[in-house]
Design a binder for this molecule. Structure first.
Ligand SMILES: N#CCCn1cc(-c2nc(Nc3ccc(C4CCNCC4)cc3)nc3c2CCN3)cn1
Length: 281
């Protein structure tokens, strides 16, 4: 059909891909840099009348670290996921001569969670718990498919609207082999080690439990910005009740963070149990 992204038939090696034509992708602005690539805001405007949809396009930055093969793996991984708390895959765009490709995804207007928290500082405790439970649910979904994200951090969480966040940037994501419970990487990662579990630093060992450690760091990032003065419960209740509310909330989250940071990964909760801890009441 004229002007819409074109479906190309899938082959066993290559799942179904939706093809965006490069000539209709209009650059608008740069959105950021992820693992192995830069992300741009574009309008896919085949009719040329600015009525096309806004999309986020991740372009491979061929350099020493990233190869087209790695990028294709990231594209294939994202194209499989169907989860409300994971950024949606829309398709791919091949440059002329198929020398390079870009990943086309849904555009999330509020940007990264870390940027959002810095700009909208009055995010109350209820919304923080909602965001934390959404991230945890997205990670639980990844775990059911045996994928480890390996770079879970607030910079890689995107804000769709004031009550929805999504996990993004699967540039380092790996599938855990069926006969193991972990993935060992050869080359040391590029991420700041602050988000890395001890076994990931010491042995380059990554598992769902090392993602749980990183989730604990994301909780810490969330609640460092959380303004407990803006807890809606505080408006109606007495001072004592306010203090009890905030204390209860902080203890609940702090206790979970400590569990996620157990040195022995066996002692860390799985995402399903962590979700019960912060289940949004
Ligand atoms: N993850 C990860 C790391 C790589 N990365 C991914 C994106 C990305 N950004 C957006 N949206 C987005 C981004 C930035 C703003 C800023 C602009 C300047 N002022 C403040 C707000 C606003 C909206 N939507 C996306 C993506 C991927 C899929 N959909 C950006 N960098």
């Amino acid at each position: 059909e004229y002007g819409h992204p074109v479906w190309i038939t899938s082959t066993p090696a290559q799942p179904e891909q939706i093809l965006f034509e490069e000539r209709h992708l209009r650059f608008i602005s740069s959105l950021g840099k992820g693992n192995f690539g830069s992300v741009e805001l574009c309008r896919y405007d085949p009719l040329g009348d600015n009525t096309g949809e806004l999309v986020a396009v991740k372009k491979l930055q061929p350099n020493k670290k990233s190869t087209l093969e790695d990028f294709k793996k990231e594209v294939n991984i994202l194209s499989i996921f169907e989860c409300d708390y994971i950024v949606k895959y829309k398709g791919v765009c091949y440059s002329t001569g198929r020398l390079s490709m870009s990943l086309v995804m849904e555009y999330l207007p509020y940007g990264s969670l870390i940027g959002y928290l810095e700009s909208y500082r009055h995010v109350n405790t209820r919304r923080m718990l909602l965001f934390a439970s959404q991230i945890c649910t997205g990670m639980e979904y990844l775990q059911t498919l045996r994928y480890v994200h390996r770079d879970l951090a607030a910079r890689n969480i995107l804000v769709a609207n004031e009550s929805l966040v999504k996990i993004a940037d699967f540039g380092l994501t790996k599938v855990i082999p069926s006969d193991k419970e972990y993935y060992r990487v050869m080359q040391p990662g590029e991420s700041p080690i602050f988000w890395y579990a001890p076994e990931s630093i010491n042995e380059s060992r990554f598992s769902h439990k090392s993602d749980v450690w990183s989730f604990g760091v994301v909780l810490h990032e969330l609640f460092c910005y959380c303004d407990t003065n803006y807890n809606p419960k505080r408006v109606r209740s007495s001072l004592l009740c306010k203090l009890l509310n905030v204390l209860l909330f902080l203890l609940q989250v702090y206790c979970l963070m400590k569990q996620c940071w157990a040195y022995d990964f066996e002692e860390r909760p799985c995402f399903s149990r962590a979700l019960l801890h912060i289940s949004f009441k």
